[in-house]
Design a protein around this ligand. Structure first.
Ligand code: 6R9
Length: 645
């Protein structure tokens, strides 16, 4: 391994930080020695309760069970809005920066309160009750946050579906969680292009007869089809509603939201998060990982359709009374200076993005960065995939002028909040390492036999104890949650990632060890893409693997076998790509399709993905044992016709 360049916590930063090295050691120790006392204190400090809790944690990881603060009651929006009003009604809650650099506005906590209450009342008026599911399919506009919070206000469970997903994906998600109401917009705007959200909803809803209401924000004013029994305009309808709305009193363990994510098998799962534990960790990690101080402007570039947007655009920042910047566009539009121009325009102090964006901007050239000022920046963050040290150094030196610590935050949809991350005033950075566990988090590495590895080593990354924002269920299929996360290694939560621990106890995430791809920081199951490809009449079989991609981290490499009598062609290749886009969305577009007369299979018929991965990665010298293959000659054939990448 090349030598690791340790970046020390800058002394000036540490001096002002919420958590310094000695605090981290002490608090971490407390948090794992006496978790109940630690978390009880945090839950009192960070959250406002309508009914205090007397229980802290009940857990039995063997059954995948955890409940936190179970007899307490609170409302998330009281915590994210109402309790800030006495001091911050006039303070900005959300800065919105449109796709067009000329478009921006601010929303104060007072305005946020009014908007959320009006929409919550509208939902109630349309029959939505506590526990009902509401689908949100929106562009990155403030109404997306209002919609999430309006659900939380009345105890409805939101299911945000990323606006880049296709009508088919949207339909599957609406049906799976039985949403009866959809909140959307006429169109979205990203990078100067329009996204036909309402048309996608119309298409999806043609197969969702139980959806009785679609609330439509007018974003572009485009002409859209109208179903007068079902569709209502957002602005007109909320204007008729009362500006006050009594918050529903929620039990700590009542569901807050469902968010679909890809796994190694089958359709995406609806990860279910509950109220108090989720909010506590979103709030706490927001404050400590980003060392957020009163008045700082915080910008997370994620979409609200992903967990990062949930926890670090909406719930974390707003629960802390922070100023959260929401960006509608993309980092390269109008050009690769956009992020830094937005930083200067709104005097952003903390900037949080994905390695794929950093690599893309790095590729565009330093001058896009250096021509901007960026002196407002104090801290930088990354999330979504491992960051290669070269991109880390560029981010540190060119974007942050060697002044801003970088927090490389490891976590998942299922974890709700950061689990392994530097705390910037406390933990020295090593480029490429997510460093150390957050308070209360107890990672372990297991070998193939499921034994814990002590000290330095590499293995499957698991958690030995629950944490407040742990996944509680897979919506509609609790057993699937137990099977996916709690069965491979009984008594542990299994992350699906591999990791290495170095001599200093730092964690280095090595990537997924299951059949999940990470393409530009987006999770995709290989099985989902394969199912889309084999929907085509000409295809017999498909096997999808990842391969290293300079910008995306991983690219999608699909091996496709055609039915006999069908010939490969460029037109067919395009049809298969289009099918993936239609079934899943543009993020699932295969980068490479290799026609495969046969796939390497064991005698029992299992596809040997290990071999396909090596061929895709061009690691041909070390294919491992191929003697168990039913027909070893297919490997030579695949190598001979390997696609160039
Ligand atoms: C938050 C989020 C989760 C998967 C996770 C891992 C990868 C996320 C990472 C990272 C290395 C980091 N991942 N953060 N890998 N370093 N800092 O991305 O959630 O979309 O559910 O993806 O992303 O493989 O298992 P999600």
């Amino acid at each position: 391994m090349s030598e690791v360049h340790i970046r020390r916590v800058p002394a000036e930063f540490a001096a002002e930080a919420h958590i310094r090295a000695e605090d981290y050691e002490k608090l971490y120790h407390q948090s794992v020695e006496d978790p109940d006392a630690f978390w009880a204190q945090q839950a009192k400090d960070f959250l406002q309760w309508q009914k205090p809790f007397t229980k802290v944690c009940e857990e039995d990881l063997k059954r995948g069970h955890a409940a936190w603060f179970a007899d307490g009651a609170l409302n998330v929006t009281v915590n994210c809005i109402d309790r800030h009003l006495p001091a911050r009604a006039q303070q900005t809650a959300i800065i919105w920066e449109g796709d067009d650099p000329a478009d921006s506005k601010t929303i104060t906590y007072g305005e946020l309160h009014e908007q959320v209450c009006r929409l919550a009342n509208l939902l109630r008026a349309r029959g939505v009750k506590k526990g009902d599911r509401v689908c949100i399919y929106m562009p990155m506009i403030p109404e997306a946050a209002y919609a999430m919070l309006a659900c939380a206000r009345i105890g409805a469970v939101h299911s945000v579906v990323f606006g880049g997903f296709s009508p088919d994906s949207l339909k599957d998600r609406i049906l799976d969680s039985d949403c009866r109401v959809v909140i959307t917009a006429d169109e979205g705007v990203r990078g100067g292009k329009k996204v036909p959200l309402k048309a996608n909803v119309d298409q999806a809803l043609s197969s969702c007869p139980d959806v009785h209401t679609a609330i439509v924000v007018k974003r572009t004013g485009a002409n859209v089809d109208w179903h007068s029994k079902r569709d209502i305009w957002y602005a007109e309808s909320v204007a008729e509603q009362n500006a006050e709305c009594e918050p529903e009193v929620m039990n700590a363990e009542d569901p807050l939201f469902i968010l679909y994510t890809s796994g190694s098998t089958g359709k995406p799962k609806g990860v279910l998060h509950t109220t108090a534990g989720y909010l506590l960790m979103a709030s706490m990690t927001f404050k400590y990982t980003f060392d957020y101080k009163e008045g700082d402007v915080f910008w997370c570039t994620a979409d609200v359709g992903w967990i990062t947007g949930h926890s670090y655009i909406v719930y974390g920042p707003l629960s802390a009374g922070a100023i959260s910047l929401m960006f509608e566009g993309v980092p390269t539009y109008p050009d690769a200076s956009r992020c830094w121009e937005v930083v200067d325009k709104h005097q952003v102090n903390i900037f949080y993005t994905a390695p794929t964006a950093i690599r893309a901007l790095m590729g565009a050239g330093d001058e896009y960065v250096t021509k901007t000022d960026r002196s407002s920046l104090k801290l930088l963050g990354t999330v979504g995939e491992p960051i290669n040290p070269e991109a880390w150094e560029w981010y540190y030196q060119v974007v942050g002028d060697e002044r801003c610590p970088i927090v490389d935050t490891w976590w998942q949809t299922e974890t709700g909040a950061h689990l392994i991350t530097p705390l910037p005033g406390a933990i020295d950075m090593k480029p490429g390492s997510a460093t150390k566990p957050f308070f209360g988090v107890q990672p372990a590495l297991l070998d193939e036999k499921g034994r814990e590895i002590d000290g330095e080593g590499e293995g499957a990354l698991v958690m030995k104890a629950s944490w407040p924002s742990m996944i509680r269920s897979v919506f509609g299929d609790h057993q699937r949650m137990i099977d996916t996360y709690f069965s491979s290694f009984p008594g542990y939560y299994f992350t699906g990632d591999g990791a290495r621990r170095d001599a200093d106890g730092y964690y280095w995430i090595t990537g997924r060890i299951d059949d999940v791809l990470n393409v530009s920081g987006h999770r995709l199951g290989t099985a989902e893409i394969e199912s889309a490809i084999v929907l085509h009449d000409d295809t017999a079989e498909a096997a999808v693997v990842g391969y290293p991609h300079d910008i995306k981290g991983q690219g999608i490499y699909a091996y496709v076998t055609l039915k006999s009598g069908h010939e490969p062609s460029d037109a067919l290749r395009q049809e298969l790509i289009d099918l993936c886009v239609k079934e899943i969305g543009p993020i699932a577009k295969p980068d490479i399709i290799q026609w495969a007369p046969g796939l390497p299979k064991t005698r029992s018929g299992k596809i040997m993905r290990r071999i396909l991965r090596k061929i895709a990665c061009n690691e041909l010298e070390n294919l491992g044992d191929t003697s168990t293959l039913a027909d070893p000659s297919v490997v030579d054939e695949l190598i001979e016709h390997r696609a160039n990448c």
